[in-house]
Design a binder for this molecule. Structure first.
Ligand SMILES: [Fe+2]
Length: 215
């Protein structure tokens, strides 16, 4: 029994480390390096799936680690679903007609987001030591995996056909720009005092190099 638990812990640790490595590798790919909206959204999917894989590998009583992972999942999903609902889905929906499979697909995607958000809101309010916390997080993971699978196997190929590569590239630029804005806003809390060094203007050359790498 003890031996089995020991082996279980080793397997759990290996899965956790592998999940972290995948997250870091995906994190290293910036949105500006990705070709279009679908590539950016798929990269988000891979990142969030890796976070759920890390959560699945945790022991029952790893409360602090579970809470930390949920916070990362919450932030990633909140940003991703907002960008899909405000940029990608409306563009896709505009190309579909009522009572078609494509329209059903996007309407279903909105409803799946709403279901996931309800569960996220419950987890935000719940104590991580609550007996149902782990089950709720697992169900959220299952909902997201199902949603991602449908998007990637059905909606994204349809989007490529309906929107075309140029429009997908344009939407990708829009998504990447909104993500940059959101990340910058999170990195600089409102009301934070600027230090002298931070207030000092950066040399023009450094600024334009940064702008070039982002474009
Ligand atoms: Fe998605």
């Amino acid at each position: 029994m003890g031996k089995q638990n020991g082996l279980g812990n080793v397997v759990g640790n290996v899965r956790e480390v592998a999940g972290k490595m995948v997250s870091e590798m995906i994190e290293a790919i910036s949105d500006s390096e990705l070709s279009d909206a679908i590539a950016i959204l798929k990269n988000d999917h891979a990142k969030v799936k890796a976070l759920f894989a890390q959560a699945d590998a945790l022991s029952d009583t790893a409360y602090a680690a579970r809470l930390k992972l949920f916070k990362e999942i919450d932030a990633a999903l909140t940003l991703h679903t907002t960008l899909e609902e405000t940029i990608f889905y409306p563009a896709f929906k505009a190309k579909t007609e009522r009572n078609t499979d494509e329209r059903d697909e996007v309407l279903e995607a909105f409803e799946e987001h709403a279901g996931a958000k309800d569960l996220i809101a419950k987890l935000e309010r719940l104590d991580v030591r609550d007996e149902t916390y782990k089950a709720k997080l697992q169900v959220l993971g299952e909902m997201i995996r199902h949603h991602v699978e449908e998007e990637e196997s059905v909606m994204f190929p349809e989007a490529r056909r309906l929107l075309g590569n140029d429009e997908l590239e344009r939407l990708g630029e829009q998504i990447a720009a909104e993500k940059r804005k959101a990340n910058e806003a999170n990195g600089k809390p409102a009301g934070a005092k600027r230090t002298k060094a931070a207030a000092k203007p950066r040399p023009q050359a450094a600024r334009s190099k940064r702008a070039r790498t982002r474009s």
